[in-house]
Write a protein that binds this ligand. Structure first.
Ligand SMILES: [Zn+2]
Length: 123
């Protein structure tokens, strides 16, 4: 069981499913919303339990982004046409038991760091 929350605790989530696709995203939207790299993994919508009121921001034609309206934590990313939701690995309480499988939108990364962990990169 993975459990997590936003910074203030108004929003909590958990899943008993095995998350997939652990990744670190360097795209400009994740950079701006999170302040840096956004790490996430996804489960099927029906396997993700969320309590609290998520503020959904439709950032693009492809997806919406869920955050806490009180503390601002960026917790969820959901593509409009997929039945999965990504959750922030940084918001998980305790160990995730996961390892990052890929860096995505690596070509959009900031110039102030290098990706040097040997994990596969996708632009
Ligand atoms: Zn909060």
């Amino acid at each position: 069981m993975i459990k997590g929350s936003c910074l203030c605790g108004d929003i909590r989530f958990d899943t008993a499913a095995q998350p997939k696709g652990a990744s670190m995203c360097h795209c400009s939207q994740c950079r701006k919303q999170s302040g840096g790299i956004w790490s996430s993994a996804y489960v099927r919508d029906e396997d993700l339990n969320i309590t609290g009121r998520v503020s959904w921001f439709v950032a693009s034609a492809a997806a919406k982004r869920g955050s806490c309206r009180r503390c601002g934590s960026f917790l969820f990313w959901k593509a409009h046409d997929e039945d999965t939701t990504s959750f922030a690995l940084g918001a998980v309480d305790g160990n995730t038991g996961l390892s990052v499988e890929k860096h995505i939108f690596a070509a959009s990364k900031g110039d102030y760091y290098e990706i040097a962990d040997g994990v596969p990169q996708k632009d």
